[in-house]
Ligand binder design. Structure first.
Ligand code: PMP
Length: 384
């Protein structure tokens, strides 16, 4: 007689089945075989010398992709949100003011995270950066999403770092949707904290998030008088685990997801082999080809200003008379292809198509255009 009251679930007795799918939504993207295979290599200890070498390769790859010499460059174990919280939780202390550019959902989320630190204390002003805003709020941190994947906007970065520094404010940039697909020069642009995710242009599985801190940012983080609210994301621990501090040895902090590190390392190697500038050019070229195709079908681009269109994620004005959910559902069912609707403030307004990393090609654009044409022919269109 078994002492168990819960039997083994029958569903777990079936084989794991995962379909192949064209991942042309705003992420995750498809993962090429080379990167998948890297993640299938044997597990070794998270404190073994070989993993430290792999982590060192990742740090070099991040410095290249971010164009920075920052010593404190590492990958947090978690997704883009983890890196967002790592940036905010380490720099903001109760009582500090934070300024957030809210141009879509990522600004909203950054403001939400900042507000969680010392309830009454951190005030988040929802505005675009200006000398007036900086002198009014005296923020310690200004947040901007470079690629706002909810609206498809690529926000210019020039001049903002210098402006922030004049007011003793750190410049935090979210490049989850843009890194590798559009130019970012962390050091030259005076960005103090930059983070991204593994699952978009990098084409690695979700679960690791590169992040880098300038010396100015480190001064704030390492001289704070209170401990960051998160132990897991405490930069002094992470910097030590990643060998970014001057301590003679690395201490156990958490069990690093070693197989995810292999994939991330390989994804950075793939990007380094192509060359950042070539990757930026390819994303730009494919975006223009895609946008011309959409317009020739009579579809409208949501971002009117051509110069601020995000090359990685395109937002299309939701076609009039159609239910966007029927379109995305039809394309998924008939073409085995993911595109998505809006997110946060753009829900109901747009369709979003992400062509990132290895997915950014003319052949894939043709596939998406054919799927859209087919959906517009077969989905229900109201007469009103
Ligand atoms: N920032 C941006 C600009 C994003 O596009 C995303 C993911 N869509 C995130 C942050 C959050 O990343 P994750 O889903 O990996 O937590």
């Amino acid at each position: 007689m078994s002492s168990l009251t819960i039997p083994p679930p029958p569903c777990l007795q079936k084989r794991l089945l995962v379909p192949h799918r064209y991942m042309f939504g705003p992420g995750p993207s498809n993962v090429p075989t080379r990167i998948l295979e890297a993640g299938a290599k044997p597990v070794i200890g998270h404190m073994h010398p070989e993993i430290f070498e792999i982590m060192n390769d990742i740090k070099s790859g991040i410095r290249y992709v971010f164009q920075t010499q920052n010593k404190v460059s590492l990958a947090v174990s978690g997704t883009g949100h983890t890196a967002m919280e790592c940036a905010i939780f380490n720099t903001v202390e109760p009582g500090d003011s934070v300024l957030v550019a809210v141009n879509g959902i990522w600004g909203e989320r950054a403001a939400d995270m900042a507000e969680r630190i010392g309830k009454a204390a951190s005030s988040c002003s929802r505005c675009i950066i200006s000398p007036q805003a900086l002198s009014k709020h005296s923020p310690v941190l200004f947040f901007l999403a470079h690629g706002e994947s909810s609206t498809g906007v690529l926000h210019p970065l020039e001049g903002i770092g210098d402006l922030c520094h004049k007011y003793n404010c750190l410049f935090l940039v979210d490049s989850v949707a843009s890194i590798g697909g559009a130019p970012v020069y962390m050091d030259q642009q005076g960005i103090d904290i930059l983070y991204t995710g593994s699952q978009k242009v990098l084409n690695a599985p979700p679960g690791t998030a590169p992040i880098s801190f300038s010396e100015r940012a480190c001064r704030k983080v390492f001289n704070r008088t209170t401990k960051p609210v998160s132990f897991f994301l405490d930069l002094s621990w992470l910097a030590n685990y990643w060998g970014c501090d001057d301590k003679p040895s690395r201490k156990y902090h958490h069990t690093g997801p070693v197989t995810a590190f292999y994939s991330l390392r390989e994804s950075l190697a793939v990007l380094a082999e192509e060359g950042l500038e070539n990757s930026w050019k390819r994303h730009q070229r494919v975006m223009l080809y895609f946008h011309a195709g959409l317009e020739s079908m009579g579809l409208k681009l949501f971002v009117k200003d051509k110069d601020t269109r995000l090359p990685t994620v395109t937002t299309i004005v939701a076609p009039h008379g159609y239910d966007w959910k029927e379109i995305t559902g039809y394309i998924m069912k008939t073409h085995n292809l993911e595109i998505s609707g809006g997110l946060g403030p753009s829900v109901g307004l747009v369709l979003r198509v992400g062509l990132m990393g290895c997915n950014s090609s003319e052949a894939n654009v043709d596939m998406v255009l054919a799927a859209l044409r087919d959906a517009l022919k077969h989905c229900h269109k109201s007469k009103v």
